[in-house]
Design a protein around this ligand. Structure first.
Ligand code: NDP
Length: 245
């Protein structure tokens, strides 16, 4: 039987654009109550507008341990019984460069956000899930977590780490009804490319050159597929490529 998300509380970390924002829309359409978290509050407020009780904007910087550890207590009482967490917060800002051309701050920030940030968000929500014995964590890896390419050593390392962490987490909670899923998207049209280069025209040129491109909604569909599978089914990994590669 399809898992019903109606009235379930789901946190989306990294909800202010791209895959996270598309996932918020799909979850709301399923009747879930969604906590939309990220750093850009103006974006989250626009997303939550006219949806009181259904969508709660929450300030969150996953690279900041205090922001993440205080996350649940900063939620209003009625929003803390979290069923699911979708961790979309991630970036590759300044990372597309040969190893010696990226500075220490850049690579530390990629690891801090993509790896430690994902781990921290999971830590912040897991107690509620273990107390109930049920829940669902979804992380965003990448096809870069399966391969490597020139100029991508740090980002790729971060996504390999997300893959290992997610699979380990699934095994840790294998004696309960807590499900753990990793989504591994291929190239998807979001703000990711623009932030990677800090330049919209470079991102457009990059997308123009790509033989095929996914839309954020395609990845949101994969996330919803995993989250609505029968509770006895753990869809552990979904790899999504554009048809034309
Ligand atoms: P976007 O740049 O559109 O979205 C990234 C999201 O992460 C934003 O909501 C941003 O919000 C949030 N974020 C970044 N840093 C932090 C932080 N420190 N704290 C909280 N939130 C943060 O890109 P995508 O939607 O494409 O990216 C989502 C995930 O998908 C990432 O993990 C990315 O690595 C992965 N992915 C993307 C692919 C692609 O081709 N686009 C391919 C494979 C994987 P804010 O800035 O407001 O904090």
């Amino acid at each position: 039987e399809r898992f019903d998300l109606k009235d379930k509380i789901v946190l989306v970390a990294g909800a202010s654009s791209g895959i996270g924002a598309a996932t918020v829309e799909r979850l709301l359409a399923e009747g879930a109550r969604v906590i939309a978290a990220a750093r850009r509050m103006d974006r989250l407020q626009a997303l939550a507008k006219d949806r009181p009780g259904h969508c709660l904007p929450l300030q969150l910087d996953v690279a900041d341990p205090d922001s993440t550890s205080s996350m649940v207590e900063r939620m209003p009482e009625g929003w803390r019984n979290i069923h699911g967490a979708v961790v979309c917060a991630g970036h590759d800002v300044g990372g597309r460069a040969r190893f010696d051309q990226a500075d220490a701050e850049t690579w530390a920030n990629i690891i801090e956000t993509n790896v430690n940030g994902t781990i921290r968000v999971c830590r912040a929500v897991i107690d509620r899930m273990t107390a109930r014995g049920t829940g669902h964590i979804v992380t965003l890896g990448s096809v870069s977590g399966l391969i490597t390419y020139p100029g991508g050593s740090i980002y790729s390392a971060s996504k390999h780490a997300v893959r290992a962490f997610t699979d380990g987490l699934r095994k840790d909670y294998g004696d309960s009804d807590i499900r753990v899923t990793e989504i591994l998207p291929g190239l998807t049209r979001t703000e990711f490319a623009e932030s990677r280069w800090g330049d919209g025209s470079k991102a457009e040129a990059f997308y123009d050159k790509a033989p095929g491109l996914l839309e954020p909604e395609d990845i949101a569909s994969a996330i919803l597929y995993a989250m609505t599978a029968p509770e006895s089914v753990n869809v552990s990994q979904i790899v999504v490529h554009p048809t034309r590669v």
